[in-house]
Design a protein around this ligand. Structure first.
Ligand code: ZN
Length: 188
């Protein structure tokens, strides 16, 4: 083999090698693209659950289904009892009355029985029941339950509801109950 032939052979081998390296580069960047795509996919799966929950909540806030049990929590505007009068006030009280009759009395046993009969006449009780009902809705009208929500429910049952009930019971030692007492006394 002449020197020229050898150089030609080496040159051809080099060209072949260069082509293979180029092919490999294409393959590597293809794999890299796939890995990045998969990372994006995994990242989007991570966020998907929150996104779905959020969408369900937004959907329910926009279009509450007819079945009240299927509704998820969406916050209401805080009622400003110090400003509410007339029909607006009646509506806010009606909302609380519906919760007291539909949820509080049936779910909170002896705690709920502490509610003074004259609660509707005490702004303090309205304010407390507003917080109690919103806390309950927020903790119980959720599409899924995680550890944080569960411990929130335990906190509500063992500490918050009993404390709120005691506050309202203290407020209920009022002129209304004395009037009832006097009325009963007069009848005797
Ligand atoms: Zn009272």
């Amino acid at each position: 083999m002449t020197e020229d032939q050898r150089i030609e052979e080496l040159d051809s081998a080099l060209t072949d090698l260069a082509r293979r390296v180029a092919d490999l580069q294409v393959a590597v960047s293809g794999v890299q693209g796939t890995i990045e795509d998969q990372r994006d996919v995994l990242r989007s799966v991570d966020g998907l659950r929150e996104t779905v929950d959020l969408l369900v909540q937004r959907f329910n806030a926009l279009l509450p289904p007819d079945d009240p049990d299927a509704r998820f929590y969406s916050p209401i505007t805080t009622p400003r009892f110090w400003q509410l009068t007339g029909r607006d006030r009646e509506r806010a009280v009606e909302r609380l009355r519906a919760w007291v009759d539909g949820v509080y009395r049936s779910q909170f046993g002896f705690v709920a029985r502490k509610l003074p009969a004259c609660w509707e006449q005490h702004d303090f009780c309205l304010v407390v029941l507003d917080v109690a009902s919103e806390l309950h809705s927020c903790l119980y009208l959720q599409p899924t339950r995680n550890q944080g929500l569960l411990s929130g429910q335990a906190e509500l049952l063992t500490r918050l509801m009993p404390a709120l009930a005691d506050l309202m019971a203290s407020e209920g030692k009022c002129e209304h109950s004395q009037n009832i007492y006097r009325a009963n006394g007069a009848r005797r």
